[in-house]
Design a protein around this ligand. Structure first.
Ligand SMILES: NC(=O)c1ccc[n+]([C@@H]2O[C@H](COP(=O)([O-])OP(=O)(O)OC[C@H]3O[C@@H](n4cnc5c(N)ncnc54)[C@H](OP(=O)(O)O)[C@@H]3O)[C@@H](O)[C@H]2O)c1
Length: 278
């Protein structure tokens, strides 16, 4: 299956797949098999993190797929404990994955109480200058975190990966990213399924297009201009999720799904101003 691509806001000559693969918590031989089946289905963007403890599995799946290295975008994330050693952290990732360069690296969480995310950003800038990583970005950044690192270094992240699903449509953060030329990536893009798939706005869009509720939510993501990173270990759902990138919802359907947003829509109360992950 070929996936629609989109130009990267920060580098319009670079095309990114409209949908990528989330890999948490895929691990071990089952994890490798799941990632390999995703690559066989057509995924060309894989999202991992040091803290998922599966970078090695991503590398193995890539190798087993036989795909040329340049055909698959590999993204990882620097954990909070490595903010003061971000460049070294990227070097370790390259060793673990047996790669010469990783396509993108994000700061996983700002962990503001430790106040080291600016140092992490400077470390990623250095890693990019040394040719260890092609694109550098952030995850779970609010506007004030973004503006601090941009003002201090003059370097804007290529992407901001945030919790984004119909219960948390993140309208303001998406607008702030877009104004700065930053791609918004969505974690937990289908809110891990569950109640969301029973919402009338979702089931109506799914029925109208002859697709599943999960596909309707992913089509909504793509309509917003966000890049969703759904995780699935199931080959059929992997294919379905990828196919959703080609479904065009109507404006009314998009608006109805966006209206599911709630003030307390976060799945586990992980507000980046308070939530810390090391
Ligand atoms: N930056 C961050 O702080 C952060 C935080 C959390 C997650 N992430 C990233 O975002 C990725 C995705 O987030 P997530 O795994 O939390 O949530 P998600 O992708 O919204 O949901 C994954 C769950 O939904 C099921 N599923 C997938 N496709 C489905 C479909 N079409 N219909 C029904 N069920 C479906 C999966 O089960 P099956 O496997 O059985 O299909 C899995 O249980 C992660 O893997 C990770 O890469 C990043």
């Amino acid at each position: 299956m070929s996936i629609p691509t989109r130009p990267l806001p920060s580098a319009p000559d670079v095309e990114l797949p409209a949908i990528g693969l989330g890999t948490y918590p895929l691990r071990g031989s089952d994890g490798v098999a799941a990632m390999r089946s995703a690559l066989e289905a057509g995924y060309r963007f894989v999202d991992t993190a040091v803290n998922y403890r599966n970078e090695r599995e991503v590398a193995e799946a890539l190798q087993q797929s036989g795909l040329p290295r340049e055909d698959v975008w590999v993204q990882t994330k620097v954990p909070g404990r490595d903010h003061r050693g971000a460049r070294r952290c990227v070097e370790t990732t390259l060793q673990v994955m047996d790669l010469e360069v990783v396509d993108s690296v994000l700061i996983h969480w700002p962990n503001p109480s430790r106040d080291e995310y600016l140092a992490a950003w400077e470390g990623l800038i250095e890693a990019r200058e040394r040719g260890l990583v092609r694109h550098i970005g952030v995850s779970n950044f609010h506007v004030h975190h973004l503006d601090r690192i941009i003002e201090a270094t003059g370097v804007t992240p290529f992407a901001n990966q945030i919790e984004l699903h119909p219960y948390l449509p993140q309208e303001e953060m998406r607008a702030a990213d877009s104004e700065r030329g930053i791609l918004t990536q969505s974690w937990s893009p289908i809110a891990r399924g569950g109640d969301l798939f029973e919402e009338p706005a979702v089931t109506a869009a799914a029925e109208a297009h002859g697709i599943s509720p999960g596909q309707a939510v992913l089509a909504w993501q793509v309509s917003l201009g966000a890049m969703p990173l759904p995780k699935s270990a199931d080959p059929q759902r992997q294919r379905d999720n990828l196919a959703a990138a080609s479904v065009a919802l109507t404006e009314a359907e998009v608006d109805a799904i966006s209206a599911l947003g709630r003030p307390d829509g976060r799945l586990f109360d992980a507000d980046p101003d308070h939530h810390e992950e090391l």
